[in-house]
Design a protein around this ligand. Structure first.
Ligand code: 13P
Length: 251
């Protein structure tokens, strides 16, 4: 049985004070929600404060990206060891906003995944097709390419710590979520590829999250799908009550 995982990706929202107040409130709300792994990914500036406020709560803190070098003259970049030191246990990599707005390629995502492992962070690797790719019937091909790049060069032990997030680009921030059937179809495809490439045991253990307009009122139907093991929540994770409702729907 896979333990469900629900992660909140705050994107570029919340300063330190707001983030820490949220973490304290959410910690109290979720204190009995032990059947779900919970993760909060604040902006870089709030990671330390949020991780501190969540210490010993069982709720993990994640970065939203990292650079692949450990340190050096890379103005504006944050490395995986820096995230780790600030209190992060995971890092979201390959998010479609990073790919689209900041130009991250599959090769960049792969380098970042390796840097995350080297620093002791578990990657949440994001893959997903655009609307144009879906309408052209290329969804599975796009997922395969992105997935293959994310898995490139990983050992079995490393893969065992990886979380995969399926986020159809057309469902992100649009209010148009994938139907439970569309999510299940993509997740089953991803798990099938993992089974073929890495074996049944590894595939059956891997947590595959759905992301894209998950809200308190649609979470349960999506999370009930057999191959959907949790959610990566954007906008609806900004409110602690709403995020708690979504997390509760994963039980
Ligand atoms: P929304 O939940 O706001 O659609 O964002 C999804 C997402 O990108 C999570 O990483």
């Amino acid at each position: 049985m896979r333990v469900p995982l629900v992660a909140g990706n705050w994107k570029m929202f919340k300063g330190v004070a707001d983030a820490v107040a949220y973490a304290k409130e959410f910690r109290a709300l979720a204190k009995d929600l032990t059947a779900v792994e919970l993760v909060i990914a604040p902006p870089f500036t709030a990671i330390h404060g949020v991780a501190d406020a969540l210490r010993n709560s069982g709720i993990a803190t994640a970065g939203q990206d990292c650079y692949w070098e450990k340190d050096g003259a890379f103005t504006g970049a944050i490395s995986a060891p820096m995230l780790k030191e600030a209190g992060a246990a995971l890092v979201i990599l390959g998010h479609s906003e990073r790919r689209r707005v900041f130009g991250d390629t599959d090769a960049d995502v792969s380098r970042k995944i390796h840097a995350a492992y080297a620093a002791g962070l578990a990657p949440i690797a994001c893959i997903g097709e655009t609307l144009e790719e879906r309408e052209a019937g290329r969804t599975f091909e796009v997922l395969d390419t992105q997935l293959k790049a994310a898995l490139d060069g990983l050992s079995a032990d490393q893969f065992a710590q990886m979380v995969i997030a399926y986020e159809p680009v057309w469902a992100i921030g649009t209010g148009r979520n994938a139907t439970p059937e569309q999510a299940q179809e993509a997740h089953a495809h991803i798990r099938g590829r993992l089974r073929a490439w890495l074996g049944a045991e590894a595939a059956d253990k891997c947590q595959i999250l759905y992301g894209g307009s998950v809200k308190p009122d649609n979470a349960r139907a999506i999370l009930q799908q057999p191959d959907v093991d949790g959610a990566l929540v954007g906008g609806a994770s900004l409110d602690p009550q709403g995020f708690f409702q979504i997390a509760s729907a994963a039980v």
